[in-house]
Design a protein around this ligand. Structure first.
Ligand SMILES: *Cc1c(COP(=O)(O)O)cnc(C)c1O
Length: 459
C-alpha cells in the first residue's frame, strides 16, 4: 500500500499524483461502463444502497489511498449522471472540457488561496489579468471596468444587489417574472424588500417604466438567458429606462453571458454594457466544472464596497509596501484559484473558440426544435432563444415522462412550469459536440415514455 499521507505538492508530490491519478481515471472508466447509460437506473434506492454498502464510509482504520480512490471513483461514476452524454440535458449542468479539469490538478496541488498575496503570488496576478479580459469582454468601451470571481450566478446576483444597496440603502429590487430565484433570495439576505415583479414573458420596458415611475430608488435585475427558456430581456431598452429613472441595472447573464464571445451571437446581448453590473457563469457556457462564476462591474470603483481589513491578511503597512490587497476581491476569505482553469481554458480555445462552442449549442437547439415540429405527437413551446428547447407530449403527462426516463437512467431531461401553470419538458443543450441527430432517439423515447408505467419514483 502506498503512503496515504503523501503530499500533492513539494518535490515528490507529482510522483505520488502520477501513481494516484491513473486509479481515479480507471475508476471513472469502470464506473461509467457499469452504468452504461446517461444516468443510474432504478432511481434513488439503488444509488443509496451503493453507498450504504460501504458502511462505515469512514472506518476507524483507513483502507488506504489506493483502495479509497478506486472504490469511490468507480462508485461516483457508476451513480452519476454524465453531462458529457447528450441525453443528460436537464439543467445548465455543463460537460466540463478536459483542459479545464486537467488545469485544476495544478490548482489543487499547489492550493493557492486567493485571500492574500503571500498565499497566491502568481495565481492572483493571473486572476487579475484574466478578469481584466472578462471585464473588457463585458464593457469594451468603458475606461475602468473590473470583474471578480464568484461561486456562480447566486453569489453574483447577491453582489449586484449588495453594490446597489451600498450606494443607496433604501434601494428596492425590481425584476422580471422569469428572474432567477436567487434574486429574491439575495434581497432577503441583504434585508431588502421583496422584489417588485415586472410582468411579461421578457421584461417589458413600458411596464418597467411605469413601475419605476411609482417606485423610489431601485435596482433592476434583468436576465440574459432565463433558466426556464433561455429568453433574453430587451437589454438596451431596459438600460435606457433605468438611466431615465436613475435606477441601477444588474444583468443576470449567468446563462447567456458567454454569447459575448461570438460575433454572431453578441447582438443578442445588445445593450448589456448599459448595465452597472453583470453576472456570468463559466460553469454553463464556458464548460468549466462548478464553481466558475464571474461578476463584472462597469466601474471598478463600485467594488470598493467590498473593502475589508484584517491585520493578518492585508495590514496597512503591507499594502503601503506594495503587497496587493486581495481581500476586498470577494465576500469570501479563503478562496480557490478558480480563475486558473478558466484562464487555461480560454487561452487554449481563444475567445473565438469559446464563441464557436456557444454557437454550436444554439444551432443544435434550433435544429432540435425543427425536429420536434415534425412530430405530430409533440408540441414545441417556441423558437429557442439560446440553447434551451421546451416541448411536451400533446397527449399525456410531461412530469410523468420526465420521471420515467430519469428512473430508467435513459435520459435526464428538465421541466419548466409555464403559463398558465402547465409542465413542459426542457432540453438544455450544452453539449458542444452533439448534433440534432443525437436527439432524435431521445424524442422517440419521450413519445414512448408517455405510455410506460411509472415505477419506483412515482409521485
Ligand atoms: C444558473 C443561474 C443562476 C444561478 O447560478 P449558480 O451558478 O447556480 O449560482 C442564476 N441566474 C440564472 C439566469 C441562471 O441561469
Amino acid at each position: 500500500m502506498g503512503d496515504s499521507t503523501a503530499l500533492a505538492g513539494g518535490p515528490q508530490g507529482h510522483e505520488r499524483l502520477a501513481e494516484l491519478i491513473p486509479l481515479v481515471l480507471q475508476g471513472i472508466a469502470t464506473g461509467a461502463a457499469e452504468r452504461a447509460a446517461p444516468g443510474p437506473a432504478g432511481g434513488p434506492a439503488p444509488v443509496a444502497a451503493s453507498v450504504a454498502a460501504l458502511e462505515p464510509l469512514v472506518p476507524a482504520r483507513g483502507v488506504g489511498a489506493e483502495q479509497a480512490l478506486s472504490e469511490l471513483s468507480t462508485l461516483l461514476a457508476a451513480g452519476s449522471v454524465d453531462p458529457a452524454d447528450p441525453w443528460c440535458a436537464a439543467h445548465l449542468h455543463t460537460p466540463p472540457l478536459a483542459v479545464g479539469v486537467a488545469a485544476d490538478v495544478a490548482a489543487g496541488a499547489l492550493n493557492p488561496s486567493m485571500d492574500s498575496w503571500d498565499q497566491a503570488p502568481v495565481a492572483s496576478e493571473l486572476e487579475r489579468a484574466f478578469l481584466a479580459t472578462i471585464a473588457r469582454l463585458c464593457y469594451p468601451d468603458e475606461a475602468g471596468p473590473d470583474a471578480v470571481v464568484t461561486t456562480g450566478g447566486t453569489e453574483s446576483n447577491l453582489l449586484g444587489l449588495l453594490l446597489a444597496r451600498e450606494q443607496n440603502p433604501a434601494v428596492r429590487p425590481v425584476c422580471g417574472r422569469n428572474a432567477h430565484h436567487s434574486v429574491a433570495r439575495a434581497a432577503w439576505l441583504l434585508g431588502l424588500p421583496v422584489p417588485l415583479v415586472v410582468e411579461g414573458e421578457r421584461m417589458d420596458p413600458y411596464a418597467l417604466d411605469t413601475v419605476l415611475a411609482e417606485t423610489g430608488p431601485a435596482v433592476v435585475v434583468a436576465t440574459a438567458g432565463t433558466t426556464d427558456t433561455g429568453d433574453i430581456d430587451p437589454l438596451r431598452d431596459l438600460a435606457r429606462i433605468c438611466h431615465r429613472h436613475a435606477a441601477r441595472l444588474h444583468v443576470d447573464a449567468s446563462y447567456g453571458g458567454l454569447a459575448l464571445c461570438s460575433t454572431k451571437l453578441r447582438p443578442l446581448l445588445d445593450g448589456i454594457d448599459g448595465a452597472d453590473s453583470i453576472a456570468l457563469d463559466l460553469h454553463k457556457f464556458g464548460w468549466q466544472s462548478v464553481a466558475a462564476g464571474l461578476f463584472a462591474t462597469k466601474k471598478a470603483v463600485d467594488l470598493k464596497a467590498l473593502t475589508v481589513s484584517a491585520e493578518y491578511l492585508n495590514a496597512e503597512d503591507d499594502t503601503e509596501a506594495g503587497l496587493p490587497d486581495l481581500l476586498g476581491r470577494s465576500i469570501r476569505t479563503s478562496r480557490r484559484p478558480d480563475a486558473f482553469r478558466m484562464a487555461v481554458t480560454m487561452r487554449a480555445l481563444g475567445i473565438e473558440g469559446m464563441g464557436e462552442l456557444v454557437e454550436r449549442c444554439c444551432a443544435t437547439a434550433r435544429e432540435v426544435a425543427d425536429a420536434i415540429r415534425g412530430y405530430p405527437t409533440l408540441e414545441l413551446w417556441g423558437e429557442p432563444a439560446l440553447s434551451t428547447v421546451l416541448f411536451r407530449p400533446r397527449f399525456g403527462d410531461a412530469a410523468h415522462v420526465r420521471r420515467r426516463l430519469l428512473e430508467a437512467g435513459t435520459a435526464i431531461i428538465g421541466r419548466a412550469t409555464m403559463p398558465p401553470g402547465e409542465v413542459w419538458l426542457k432540453l438544455t443543450l450544452l453539449h458542444p459536440h452533439a448534433t440534432a441527430a443525437d436527439y432524435l432517439g431521445l424524442l422517440d423515447a419521450t413519445v414512448a415514455a408517455v405510455h410506460a408505467p411509472e415505477g419506483a419514483v412515482a409521485s
